[in-house]
Write a protein that binds this ligand. Structure first.
Ligand SMILES: *Cc1c(COP(=O)(O)O)cnc(C)c1O
Length: 405
């Protein structure tokens, strides 16, 4: 028998590094917002591969873009540019504040580029002493050593030896803490406009205004990590478009490729000029296959009907969750924006968000958590209304099970 005919979840523990604890389920096929596992059991997907599969599974436009490019040209490296990368960069520049684009392969890599650029910009323009990065408690920026150190959970960055220096964490949405921390030594303030992994926490408009004003006062850059919030997730192409401020650098990944790994850092011409030839790079960044898929994603998502559809679906999801909660009283709040929604468990269920996820899987619904107290939903931006209704019915069964346990 060939190796591929006997693969089970048990094999994971034999051959994989034990840094993850995946579900017992092994999905083998997906179509739209439905997924099937090895045994043929069907799931409705409210997880979207952690806010990645913004057009569901195997969307025809993406399959087309991938197969067409797959028959033409896969890879060149940065020694030569390619039409797909130029097309995607042009789209990003035409539809955002930015003038320049750097391509990477993951959110962490895009953030790594953003942080290195912010440091280089400050150093070359103002001097060595201007190196402080201000970041926020519970923030998540990826798992490279620099990005995980800027992230706001020490548990993720401890235990790997000396950390990158001059990073200060303060509470999110705390204007006074920011005022007390920022100085002319600050080179950048990095934040998610809506914290995802940290528990679906929205930035307050007044806080954002203070971030911009204080950054300007001290010649610091504002870096928005839109890895999770970008590409239509909040009902806007980028979340900053619904904010009272515009960042200097923005990073985008996850939904940008709709399931194909790609990321980008975008910025202004002036700031970009400090990333001179040879200062940074990536073998795969701007890869034609990835950019071909991302171009198709961009053209699908960046349509008024699709973005309005996100708001419509948000309301369906919120209404359904409210009805479930009226019956079972398990959540204290449903928060978030667009299709980045968090149901916060109440006092009686503290630390037990994961139980809802596990029960949901049993009843045929894929969901996520954001920390120990938030059940997170990040479905496809074009999930059919019928799948939302059916998914909510399955979630209700899961909630009933946890509540009755
Ligand atoms: C997922 C995420 C990242 C990391 O992205 P990877 O592709 O896993 O490296 C960074 N920032 C935010 C806000 C994220 O949600």
């Amino acid at each position: 028998m060939s190796i591929d005919n006997k693969l089970t979840r048990a094999q994971f523990d034999h051959v994989m590094v034990p840094n993850y604890a995946p579900s017992a389920v092994i999905p083998v096929r997906g179509e739209g917002s439905r997924v099937w596992d090895q045994s043929g059991k069907e799931y409705i997907d409210f997880a979207g591969g952690i806010a990645v599969s913004c057009l569901g599974h195997c969307h025809p436009a993406l399959v087309n873009a991938l197969t067409e490019q797959g028959n033409k040209l896969w890879h060149l490296s940065n020694v030569m540019t390619n039409e797909q990368a130029l097309g995607l960069a042009t789209r990003l520049v035409e539809h955002t504040f930015a003038d320049k684009v750097y391509f990477a392969n993951s959110g962490a890599e895009a953030n790594e580029a953003a942080l290195k650029l912010a440091r280089r910009y400050a150093r070359d323009k103002y001097g060595e002493q201007k190196d402080q990065i201000i970041a926020f408690d519970k923030a998540f920026h990826g798992r490279t050593f620099f990005t995980v150190s800027v992230g706001g959970q020490a548990a993720y960055s401890d235990g790997f030896g000396p950390k990158p220096q001059s990073i200060t964490h303060i509470p999110y949405n705390d204007i006074a803490a920011l005022e007390a921390t920022i100085s002319d030594k600050t080179c950048a303030i990095m934040l998610e406009p809506l914290q995802g992994e940290g528990g679906i926490i929205d930035a307050e408009p007044e806080f954002l205004k203070a971030v911009r004003a204080l950054a300007d006062k001290h010649n610091a850059l504002v870096v928005f990590d839109e890895v999770q919030t970008g590409m239509g997730r909040t009902g806007h192409l980028y979340a900053y478009m619904d904010c009272p401020i515009v960042p200097d650098i923005l990073t985008t990944a996850k939904a940008l490729g709709g399931g194909f790994p790609i990321a980008a850092m975008i910025t202004t011409t002036e700031i970009a000029s400090y990333l001179k030839i040879g200062t940074h790079g990536s073998t795969y960044g701007g890869n034609p296959l990835a950019c071909a898929v991302a171009n198709a994603v961009f053209d699908q998502v960046n349509q008024a009907e699709v973005l309005a559809g996100v708001k419509y679906r948000e309301q369906l999801l919120r209404d359904g969750l409210a009805k479930i909660n009226d019956k079972y009283h398990v959540f204290s709040e449903v928060r978030g924006k667009g299709l980045l929604i968090g149901a916060v468990v109440n006092e009686a269920y503290q630390g037990r968000a994961k139980e809802f996820l596990v029960a949901a899987t049993e009843f045929g619904l894929m969901s996520l958590v954001a920390g120990a107290n938030v059940v997170r939903f990040t479905p496809s931006l074009v999930i059919p209304e019928q799948d939302i209704i059916e998914g909510l019915a399955r979630f209700e069964q899961a909630v009933a099970k946890v509540a009755q346990a």
